[in-house]
Each structure stands twice: as structure tokens, then as C-alpha cells.
Design a protein around this ligand. Structure first.
Ligand SMILES: C[S@@+](CC[C@H](N)C(=O)[O-])C[C@H]1O[C@@H](n2cnc3c(N)ncnc32)[C@H](O)[C@@H]1O
Length: 413
């Protein structure tokens, strides 16, 4: 391997091991995607000094951070890259735009679409594009076009694309992506809806887009003209933060911070979960976010906030709000395999919020827990979302309205 002290046989072995893992865990299901993971050398796209084990772990590799220490660029986790590639269903000769670069994923895409295909990868950070270009050339994927620019506007010269794969979290769907997508094209996009990010597989359906699949995921947030970060209410520095992705929620930072000093109210639901059912959380979280009421998510530093707050999820925990009170989803261990859902409430309305949370958990358990999940549609501005036929969340952004509709017709168990 040129220009590196890394041992070739160990990088080959590490790469083979990663591909085997992705196959075993069913993230990789097609021969073309498997072949790409077996061929593309991931370590050539990682930052200098990283170990082979870290370069080929099924985990994200952070490649740059902003002044606040938060990641601004990374090589995404292989399982998630595999998922997106499989969802895209790319064929040899396909034309693909990747928004958010790094080089590795673009090389995987290029491997799948082959020499007849077209791959454009765009990033807003010139350093990322420079690193991507170097890695692509060293890895033998010179045919990929790496563009420095704001992915909000896509890349018209390469359009139309059979697939647009967005690898940065976005709150909205900018018009350029739809304009540059071929009529039967697929848009894979980590879309943020009320603080919940789901990787959606979107295709055109009538005048809107319909998600064929949705998977919980995390990406660095979009910068540039599409930047629209959620509001962060730091209740105790960065230790306890309520994140509001909803312009309509009227809450007071001071009042919520004061609520944190009130006695914690704990309430427990008869609804339980076993660890094998891990993916149920995705559905419960989105269900709680779908309620027509003030809602946020809680992010905590587990160690520094220990004893004060103990949310079910430390990064994105569903939280019901009033102006001066909050109640988040909690969980406690009943035995070696079973956990019980509940809530912790703070502030003057803690009691009411806790009761509401338990009721919502019960409704989810009876009607939605075992369903395939809500229907998610995206309606570009100028089109009209239909009347809902069940409980729904409508998120209105600058360019599109996102609808999450829960079927009302499911039978209780
Ligand atoms: C998770 S990384 C991309 C990972 C990459 N696809 C890989 O090979 O694994 C997200 C990237 O999106 C970029 N980004 C953020 N906002 C962007 C925008 N508006 N247009 C293009 N790129 C953007 C960041 O600079 C960052 O490099």
C-alpha cells in the first residue's frame, strides 16, 4: 500500500472481517454491496494515525470537529452506509449524487455502479473534499467527481440522478434534490422530524414523496444555506439539555432550569420491554413525538447528571413539556431480561405530564407497537398534504411539509 507503514495483509484481513460482520448482521444483503465492502480500503479515507482496528471497526470515525468540539465531519458507520446502499438498490451504470463527502462512501457507490456509472460527491468543507479526492485517487476510484459546494443546491451538471444519497442530517428537502432526481429515482435522506432523525428511503408518489423505509440514525447536521439547527435549552450547562425542534413550543429556559431543582416525580407503566426488542424504541419515540402538544428531546451527560436525571436515552429522549415543566421517558430494570417503561417529571405540571406519558405509552403498546410503523410522506411546498386518517405529526419546514401518520385501524392486541 503506497505511502503508509500499515501492513497490507492486516488491512486486507480487517476489511474482510468487516465485510463478514456486515453480512452476518444482514446490513449487507446483495453481492454488489458485499463486493464493494470487500474491495474499498477504508483506512485510506481515515485521518492519519488511526489504527487498522479503528479504521475497520463497524463504527463512525470522526474526521473533524468544530470550535465547540462537536463533530462536523466523519466517515459514517459501515452498517449505516451498507443500509443506505442496499436501500438505494443501485444498478451498474446508475447516476448517483452523494451529499456530504469523505470519499469512502463515494468509493463504495462507485464500486457498485461500476465503470459505466456516474458518481458525484459534494461537500461544503474544502478540506473534506481535498481529503476525499486524495483517498479516492489512492484507492483507484478516479472516476468519482468530488465537488466543493453547498449540497443544498445539489449538482446540476450531473443530473438527473437515479439516486441521491444524503449523508448529513437535514431538517428539510431542498427543491434542488427533487429537481435533480430522475422521475423513478430514489432519495435516501436522514430527515429530522421534531428532533427524531430517520433515514428515509423516499420515492415519488403522486405529487409527494413516500417513504418505503425509515431507520433511526444520527448524522452531523447540515451547514450552509440549509442549516437550521434545533434550539438547545441548556438547563445545567451541557449536562442537561432540552432540544426543541419545534418553533411553536413556548417554553421558558429559566422556568425549566428551575424545574430541575424540584422533587423528581417517578411514575411507572405496566408496559415492559425485553432487550431483544430493541427496535421498539424507534417506534415509541416517534409515536411520542407525533402528539399535538409541546415536545422536545433531552440530551444528558450521564456521569455529570447522575442522580438528577436518568432518561431512557441519553442523546435523544422524548420529553413532554409545558412552559415550566417537563417529563421524559424513563426505564427501569425488572429482572435480567425485562425493563419497565415509565417517566420522570419535574416542575409544577409534573403530575399531569407523567399521567399523559403513561397513557401515551399504553396507547402505543395496544395499537402501534406491533405494527410496521407510521406512514411517512413529504409534501413539497405548493402541494397539499391530505386530511389525516389517524393520529399524525405534521412538521412544516421552509421547502416541504413532513407528515407522519399512524394508522387508526389497527386492532388492539
Ligand atoms: C457524516 S459526513 C459524510 C460522510 C461520508 N459520506 C462518508 O464517506 O462516510 C457529513 C459531511 O457533510 C458535510 N456537509 C455539511 N453540510 C453540508 C452541505 N450543506 N453541503 C454539503 N456537505 C455538507 C460535512 O462537511 C461532512 O463532511
Amino acid at each position: 500500500m503506497a505511502g503508509s507503514a500499515l501492513d497490507t495483509s492486516s488491512t486486507d484481513e480487517a476489511r474482510a472481517r468487516l465485510a463478514d460482520q456486515l453480512l452476518a448482521r444482514r446490513w449487507v444483503t446483495s453481492p454488489a454491496v458485499e463486493a464493494a465492502f470487500r474491495r474499498v480500503p477504508r483506512h485510506l479515507f481515515a485521518t492519519h494515525g488511526i489504527s487498522i482496528d479503528a479504521a475497520y471497526a463497524d463504527d463512525v470515525v470522526i474526521t473533524s470537529r468544530g470550535p465547540d468540539g462537536r463533530a462536523t465531519s466523519s466517515i459514517s458507520a459501515p452498517w449505516l452506509q451498507a443500509y443506505m446502499l442496499e436501500q438505494a438498490g443501485l444498478r451498474p451504470g446508475a447516476r448517483v449524487l452523494e451529499v456530504g463527502s469523505g470519499g469512502y462512501n463515494a468509493a463504495l457507490i462507485a464500486d457498485v455502479v461500476g465503470p459505466e456509472g456516474t458518481v458525484v460527491t459534494i461537500d461544503i468543507d474544502a478540506n473534506v473534499i481535498e481529503r476525499a479526492r486524495t483517498g479516492l485517487d489512492r484507492a483507484g476510484y478516479q472516476q468519482v467527481t468530488a465537488v466543493h459546494g453547498d449540497g443544498e443546491y445539489g449538482h446540476q451538471p450531473g443530473a438527473p440522478y437515479d439516486a441521491i444519497i444524503v449523508t448529513v442530517e437535514t431538517p428539510d428537502l431542498p427543491p434542488a434534490w427533487l429537481d435533480q432526481l430522475a422521475p423513478a429515482g430514489v432519495l435516501i435522506v436522514p430527515l429530522r422530524m421534531r428532533g427524531m432523525t430517520r433515514c428515509l428511503t423516499l420515492r415519488r408518489h403522486e405529487d409527494h414523496l413516500l417513504a418505503a423505509a425509515a431507520l433511526q440514525c444520527g448524522f452531523v447536521p447540515m451547514q450552509g444555506d440549509g442549516r437550521s439547527p434545533a434550539r438547545r435549552l441548556a438547563l445545567r450547562g451541557d449536562d442537561v439539555v432540552v432540544v426543541l425542534d419545534d418553533t411553536t413550543a413556548e417554553v421558558s429556559l429559566d422556568a425549566l432550569a428551575a424545574a430541575l431543582h424540584t422533587q423528581r416525580l417517578e411514575a411507572w407503566s405496566p408496559v415492559t420491554i425485553t432487550m431483544e426488542e430493541g427496535s421498539s424504541f424507534e417506534s415509541l419515540h416517534l409515536w411520542l413525538a407525533s402528539q399535538p402538544r409541546p415536545f422536545g428531546t433531552l440530551a444528558v451527560d450521564r456521569e455529570r447528571s447522575a442522580g438528577l436525571v436518568d432518561p431512557q436515552d441519553r442523546f435523544v429522549c422524548p420529553t413532554l413539556l409545558t412552559a415550566d415543566s417537563f417529563a421524559y421517558l424513563a426505564m427501569r430494570k425488572l429482572d435480567d431480561t425485562t425493563w419497565q417503561f415509565g417517566t420522570h417529571g419535574f416542575g409544577p405540571d409534573a403530575d399531569t405530564l407523567a399521567t399523559d406519558m403513561l397513557d401515551l405509552i399504553t396507547v402505543w403498546d395496544h395499537h402501534h407497537r406491533h405494527s410496521p410503523g407510521p406512514k411517512i410522506t413529504v409534501h413539497p411546498t405548493g402541494t397539499h398534504p391530505p386530511e389525516p386518517d389517524g393520529p399524525q405529526l405534521l412538521v412544516t419546514r421552509r421547502h416541504a411539509a413532513i407528515m407522519v401518520t399512524w394508522s387508526a385501524s389497527e386492532q388492539p392486541r
